[in-house]
Design a protein around this ligand. Structure first.
Ligand code: ZN
Length: 441
């Protein structure tokens, strides 16, 4: 996910290329209120945790170590981490985890880095994660610079800020010798952005031995302090390809043209009716095919992105895309739908993220709201596509919040992070984490 800033609100520019949609849903009014009694109990619990001496010590550490956090953040930003190329960052983070004394530090087969903070109990375990990957391809110049309170560099907010917050909170817990009642799994995961397709998080919650241990997950992604994700935006992405025999534009005239067939399919699909609520969108982001102006092309391909807060709407949209493609193919002359010179079509899935929603009374939401109230943060629920999609779709409580500070220009070379008041965001993360695990004096 990418975090940009407009006025005082943090916006999520969803994963994927800079052309991605901006989605910000302020839906306080449409949500049933949280029962007062439980809000009060959670509020009291947050206040109790915040007053613990060791938590005060952790807060002081988070406030005083800003210069150290900046060094980590810049160092990390300068290590390339394109999709499927996160190995150097995984190494960097695993060394940090080991140095600060986390236990069970390991890099799994995909490159996810894990380390635990042990308590007396083993389960349930609370996970806190930040993705390591960036959208920037190998070879991108990744130099950072610092001007006053601002850091500049590609990926400095999304998600070097998140990984820095992960380390800062782990270090603060260690230094303050806090003993959470449940184990905490610190996770630097791969594969969040674009074609990464949440592969790191998917692995953790499917094939990994950690799958059944993590009972709730707090995802740190991008800058900011004033939002939390309560709805996972689903998306499906497809590559549609028409192929034909091709030929000379003059002598083979009449052979079906894949560019024409694809264009017809896309034009028809673009007229699909979509609901305003649940918010649903589509985009045709890439189109390619053909070799020269006087050749009938042998193939034409388009990449299509479908998004919705509802799995049902997503399915309808996918069905419509498939219909339009099939209809266009059926319009090719019968002679070209069989035999040697036939026209073929292929629809390949290149991304699939589940949609899901936290129940309004979810414990993790009550905790975030109570922590925000305690810290006098005015925060807003948000619909976004993040690593939290994976646990949410499995019915595991999860939310995504920012790493503090402020940021902008995400997924561009002009990306920046403003460090002012970063510690407020870090305190927020620490409080939420400790309320999730429980902690005693
Ligand atoms: Zn991100």
């Amino acid at each position: 996910m990418e975090a940009a800033c407009l006025g005082r609100f943090s916006f999520a520019i969803l994963d994927g290329p800079p052309a991605g949609y901006i989605v910000f849903v302020q839906e306080m009014a449409s949500r049933p209120p949280i029962p007062d009694a439980s809000r009060t109990a959670t509020q009291r619990e947050i206040a109790r945790i915040a007053e613990m001496r060791a938590v005060h010590a952790a807060f002081t550490y988070l406030h005083n170590q800003e210069m150290e956090f900046r060094r980590w953040q810049r160092e990390l930003t300068e290590i390339p981490a394109p999709p499927f190329g996160e190995a150097a960052r995984s190494q960097w983070l695993s060394h940090r985890f080991t140095a600060l004394g986390l236990e069970n530090v390991q890099i799994d087969e995909l490159g996810n880095v894990l380390g635990t903070l042990h308590s007396k109990r083993t389960v349930p375990m609370v996970g806190i994660s930040a993705h390591l990957d960036t959208v920037f391809p190998q070879g991108t110049a990744l130099q950072t610079r610092e001007e006053a309170n601002r850091l500049y560099g590609p990926g400095i907010s999304d998600n070097a800020a998140g990984v820095t917050a992960l380390l800062a909170v782990a270090t603060a817990l260690k230094r303050a010798q806090l003993q959470p009642a449940a184990n905490i799994a610190f996770i630097g995961n791969v594969g969040e952005e674009g074609e990464g397709n949440l592969r790191g998080m998917r692995h953790l919650f499917s094939a990994s031995p950690w799958r059944d241990l993590i009972q709730s997950l707090l995802v740190i992604d991008g800058a900011g302090t004033d939002t939390f994700v309560n709805q996972a935006l689903g998306s499906r992405r497809f590559e549609v390809t028409f192929r034909g025999p091709g030929g000379h534009s003059w002598s083979d005239f009449g052979v079906p043209n894949p560019i024409v067939l694809l264009s017809r399919a896309l034009a028809r699909f673009s007229e699909v009716r979509i609901p305003d609520s649940p918010r649903t969108t589509f985009n045709i982001g890439v189109i390619s095919g053909g070799t020269s102006v006087n050749s009938i092309p042998e193939s034409a391909t388009a990449r299509v992105d479908l998004r919705s807060a509802s799995m049902e709407e997503l399915q309808k949209l996918e069905d419509r895309l498939r219909e339009c493609v099939a209809e266009a193919w059926r319009e090719a002359p019968l002679a070209h739908r069989s035999g040697e010179l036939k026209v073929t079509l292929a629809i390949e899935s290149i991304g699939d993220r589940p949609a899901a929603e936290l129940p309004a009374n979810a414990r993790i939401l009550q905790i975030v709201r109570a922590a925000d109230k305690h810290l006098r943060i005015e925060s807003f629920p948000r619909l976004a596509s993040t690593d939290a999609n994976v646990p949410l779709a499995l019915g595991i409580e999860a939310t995504t919040i920012g790493a503090g500070g402020d940021g902008g220009g995400a997924h561009t070379l002009r990306e920046w992070f403003d460090c002012s008041n970063r510690d407020l965001g870090l305190k927020r993360i620490l409080l939420v984490l400790l309320a999730l695990t429980g902690v005693q004096e």
